[in-house]
Design a protein around this ligand. Structure first.
Ligand SMILES: [Zn+2]
Length: 119
């Protein structure tokens, strides 16, 4: 059974429509054919979903990002003090934040590392 590419529901073959290269069910086809001005529900849905997947910070991650934002640089001892995490746990949080491209490590003049905002 074909799947509507917009709402992901399964549709009977005779209820499926091609629209702008997408396979759509009756409902989505009708919606696509009558766009509301200044509003793109599909684009909003996509960006909201991406946000949910990637951009939701845990309270600990909020603390880390907050320190980096406030101070420009956040040295490891400062991060550990603020979060109460041991070094390994802190590393795990930072890996997640690095994947979100929020922070990166920077080697300091004294050979220690500090966290700074991703550029
Ligand atoms: Zn649909």
């Amino acid at each position: 059974m074909p799947t509507c590419q917009r709402c992901q529901s399964q549709v009977e073959a005779d209820e499926i429509h091609d629209y702008a290269g997408q396979t759509l069910c009756d409902d989505c086809y009708m919606e696509a054919m009558s766009p509301r001005s200044g509003c793109d529900p599909w684009a909003v849905y996509t960006s909201t979903r991406l946000k949910d997947q990637n951009q939701t910070l845990t309270p600990t991650q909020e603390i880390i990002v907050g320190l980096v934002r406030d101070g420009g640089r956040a040295p490891i001892p400062e991060l550990q003090k603020a979060t109460g995490l041991d070094f390994e746990a802190l590393q795990r949080e930072v890996v997640t934040l690095r994947h979100m491209e929020l922070v990166i490590w920077e080697r300091q003049a004294d050979e220690t590392f500090a966290l700074k905002a991703f550029e």
